[in-house]
Design a protein around this ligand. Structure first.
Ligand SMILES: [Cu+2]
Length: 143
């Protein structure tokens, strides 16, 4: 009698748990961002997205080879104000955490990068020599 009552209570909870985990992977359609790489800039179609799976559709309009690195930003650190050492952004010294990257994106080609991001602030950087210093960075806020 007692065990019947318990399973009557627990069964809906188990079903709910399965439902939530089944939905956890797909997430927001708002997670698509167009990222355009240029000499020398990173332009993104949006600067704020919802947390979850975020797909960067990257296109290099050249004329140079570029890359995209995704970093999480500590409080108070701005993508535009990173220290530069040996011609590249010195991300380690200010506590940026590298999450993922796509290297060697040739001019007039496209690439995609899917990252799972928690709420917070992130930097998109091309850190090929001198590219950061010439303006290849962007801020991405995840809510
Ligand atoms: Cu670049």
């Amino acid at each position: 009698m007692l065990s019947v009552a318990r399973s009557a209570v627990l069964a809906p909870l188990v079903v709910l748990g399965l439902f939530v985990s089944a939905c956890g992977g797909g997430q927001q359609p708002a997670g698509d961002i167009q990222v355009t790489l240029k000499d020398f800039a990173i332009e993104s179609s949006t600067t704020t997205v919802s947390a979850g799976q975020i797909r960067l559709a990257i296109s290099n309009q050249g004329p140079s080879i570029h890359e995209i690195e995704v970093f999480s930003l500590p409080t108070g650190v701005e993508p535009a104000a990173l220290p530069v050492k040996d011609n590249v952004a010195d991300t380690d010294s200010v506590g940026l955490t590298a999450l993922d990257e796509v290297e060697d994106i040739a001019p007039q080609t496209a690439a995609t990068l899917t990252v799972s991001l928690q709420p917070g602030r992130y930097a998109l950087i091309c850190n090929l020599p001198a590219h950061y210093g010439q303006g290849m960075y962007a801020l991405l806020t995840v809510q």
